[in-house]
Design a binder for this molecule. Sequence first.
Ligand SMILES: [Zn+2]
Length: 158
Amino acid sequence: MGPLLRRKGRTSRPRRSSRSPHSRSHTTSAVNKLESNKDKPVSIKVGGKSFTTTAGSIASNLLRRDFVADTTEATDANALARTSGPTTFVYGVGLKGGDLIPGNSNLSREVIVTHEGIHGDRGECQLPFHELLGIPPYDKDHQQPYNSAALQLLGLSQ
Ligand SMILES: [Zn+2]
């Protein structure tokens, strides 16, 4: 549990609102895009270690995932979402789409969903990445490579 995973009032249960229809619909559109090109590979490198995965692998990760809208305040105001085991919590900023793709909150949410789908991927789990989730500098260092991989997998960049 690193800084991004900590929340205020840790001893109390996180306040979970009902699943967000936004989150769900953007999960669906991201999964559809990923499945339409499921053999597309992507190589992700963080801190000198890399793994390769495919759009189809990320789609199946997402289909097994529970998405929960988490309106509690993230410790890091820039945090969009976090994944813990089989559950992805999407924070308020993430629900709005953040600014990953300026001016296009729908695509931004798809990138967020796909990024979270990379977490827990078999390739990630085979590397120390998995144990480093939320721990500096990994918590920051993985953001750009994962977002870049998400853009590639969604066909939004080369
Ligand atoms: Zn991440």
